[in-house]
Design a protein around this ligand. Structure first.
Ligand code: HEC
Length: 88
């Protein structure tokens, strides 16, 4: 009986650690700025055009298109679009 309780507590701690760790990872991603995400993501497949290449509306469309290709989250997409639009 006692062993069961100890095992349950250990399993609970283990699960808690996994949850805490996964939160840490997503926090690190969300700390990245739009400029940083842009620099790291958009050069993976092609030279990235400078922010001045397109209008605000065009960037919205381009990054929505690239979101699918680059497998970006909504948050990353928004940050990159914001960065590209303000740099215009
Ligand atoms: C997984 C690969 C991949 C990633 C990552 C990627 N792209 Fe692309 N991109 C492509 C491909 C392939 C094309 C051309 C075909 C198409 O339009 O789908 C393209 C086309 C473009 C074009 C159009 C170029 C032109 O001359 O018409 C722009 C602008 C662009 N990407 C910007 C970006 C930006 C900004 C990012 C970062 C958010 C990005 N791309 C990330 C693969 C990628």
């Amino acid at each position: 009986m006692k062993t069961n309780i100890i095992i349950s507590v250990m399993v609970a701690i283990f699960i808690a650690m996994i949850i805490i760790n996964s939160c840490n990872v997503s926090q690190k991603i969300s700390e990245k700025s739009g400029a940083q995400l842009w620099g790291e993501t958009c050069i993976r497949c092609h030279n990235t055009p400078p922010p001045t290449s397109y209008s605000d509306a065009q960037w919205q469309t381009v990054v929505t298109h690239m979101k699918v290709r680059a497998n970006l989250t909504d948050e990353e997409t928004k940050k990159i679009v914001d960065f590209l639009q303000t740099a215009n």
